[in-house]
Structures are given as structure tokens and as C-alpha cells.
Design a protein around this ligand. Sequence first.
Ligand SMILES: [Fe+2]
Length: 338
Amino acid sequence: MKGSMYMGAAPIKSELVSSYLDRFPEAQSMTIARKIYGENKLLFKDVEAVRSVVRMLRNKMGASHSHEIKNKTHYNDQPKKIIVPSSMSKPWAPFVLPKGRWGILADIHFPYHDRRALEAAVNDILKENCTGVLINGDGMDFYGASKFNRVPNQKTIRQEIQMMLKFLKDLGLPVVYKAGNHEKRLADFVCLKAMELFDLPTIHLPYLLQHGVEKEPMTNPIDITYIDPNRVIYSNHLTFYHGHEYGGMTNSPVNPARSAFVKSSRIVSVAHEHRPSENTVTDIRGKLITTWSSGCLCGLHPDWKPLNQWGHGHAIHDNRDPHNWTYTNKRIYNGRVM
Ligand SMILES: [Fe+2]
């Protein structure tokens, strides 16, 4: 008996059963017993005799028998491990805004911009010696890709992009371009109308901003960093997002900055609601949490919503000193920075 794996069974039987368990470690005891018996009928009296050896080798006969087993290879009393299928969920990571003095523009909605307000904003950004511009969503309207009712004789998508690229070129500053829900219209339109073209990079906004919309590529490409519409931007303790990321209907019973605080519980700057506002609270440990919403730079009375509470504005954000960063939310009224 010396050297056998299981003292209660003849060595040849336990070794044979063990070899099956090596090959089929996941098989149910009765299933593997039937297979072994079917292939070795001369060795065992019946299926139950095989199953007893299987259960003994797997330590399923109770503590009183466990001392009889020498080889514990087939013990399956380890905690069960579940392997789940791989996920299609996308990784999610914020973009970190480089150090600089940033002019913040949002909701320009080219070609429905307000010329006086936009000129006031960019001239203030130049006067403030900004080193870069952050467009916090909805720089262009993408009217031509809208799922809502459209009227004829509006600017084409190509014309909107031409307008934006000329504006950025004239500005002459590095640009971080965060896409908003309106920029997202382009990819949504392709999905809806021509899904077969979706994997062509040339029809997507990052490529178009980089290479232009002319037959010949831009000779002096603009320094643009494109940020996906679902990606937020970190700048020290301040987080930028456009506003559509939270989904659902916009509801700001007090003002958009207050709603941003309720949603995010952090220091944030949000666009999307076209209303400049600020909300400051001091938490239980004396920490100041301020949230800002930026004004828009588009016309204030569009056909789809002629009455509203919108206002123009932009912001200046300096993050060059991480311990003393600044954010100034500016309002523009009648074309003048207030
Ligand atoms: Fe928006």
C-alpha cells in the first residue's frame, strides 16, 4: 500500500482516476465517474465505486477520511474563482491642463456667434497676456448634423469648421479644444446616417481640426489639442467640464453654478447653460468650494429658444503656480467686459 495516493483504493485504481482528474479538473464527480467506468469496466464494480474514489481524491468524503489521502492534488476545497467576460467599457481618464495663463471660451456656436461679445472676449484674453485658449465645448454648432428640425440655407458643416479654424489662426495661441454636445453631433450623425464610414478618421473632428477642410492640408497647422466630449479637464483642484456629461435635462433652480456644486461637490467650471454665475460654500472644515458657470458667446435669442436667461461671458484661468492658481469669471454686457 505504500506509495499509493489513496490508501482505501488499490493504487492502480486511484492512479487511473487521478489521471482523469488531471485532464478534466472541472468535471462533476458523477460525470467523470461515468466516463471512467465506461472506459474501464473491468477495473471497477460499478459507477458508484468509481465515484467513491473520485470523491475521496477530491476530499469530499468528510474529515474522517481525509487522513487516508496522500496526494492532495485534486482537493478542490479552494475558494471558487469566477472569471467574467472581458468588458467593452471604455477607459476613462481626465485630461490634465498644462501650466499656463488660459483664456476660457465656451458656447460660441459658430456660425451663430455674437460678434461683439466674441471680439470683447478675445481682446480681453489678449490684453490679459494669456498663453493659451481653452474652448470648453460647443465652439461650433454643427447645425447641419442636428437631429432636430432644420431650415434651409444655413451654413454647412464645412463652413462652420472653416470659420472656427480662421478664428483660431487669427488668435494665434495654442488651443485646447474640448468637444461639447454640439461637436458630438458630427459623430452621432455619421453613426445614424452612414455607420459604414464611422472608422474613417478623415470625417471626424480631431482630424478635421488638425488638417483643415480644404483639398490641400493646412500649410501652418494650428496648435490644437482635441479633448473628447466625454473627458473632463483637471487643472490643480479645478475641474472643467462642458455640462452635457451629467446627462439628463438641465435643471438649475438657483443658478448653473449652484447646480454644478450639487452635482460635482468639487471646484468646477462648467459651460453649456449659457449663464455666467458663481456659487461659493465653506465646508465643515473651513475649505472653500467655488463653482463657476461660464457665459456663452453666441446670439442670445436663437429661433429655438428666443426667450431665456442667457448672458455673455468668458474667463481667465492661471495655473502656473499650483499653490496659487486663479480663476476669474467675466461677464460681457452689450459687447463690454464688465
Ligand atoms: Fe452645450
